[in-house]
Design a protein around this ligand. Sequence first.
Ligand SMILES: [Zn+2]
Length: 58
Amino acid sequence: MICGKCNVQLEEQQTVFEYLGHELTYPVLRCPVCGQAFVPEELVRGKIHEVESMLEEK
Ligand SMILES: [Zn+2]
């Protein structure tokens, strides 16, 4: 994938998300120049769902 703005190759970077006080580290494609992250929304939703399931079990 290439950043449309900068025309450079996106790099995979570990990115920390926070949800309900939980930190989720997930590799996302990010532009090394402008920092624009390309996160598939389904991926984030799936991850949030995982956390919610974990919370419900406790
Ligand atoms: Zn860019």
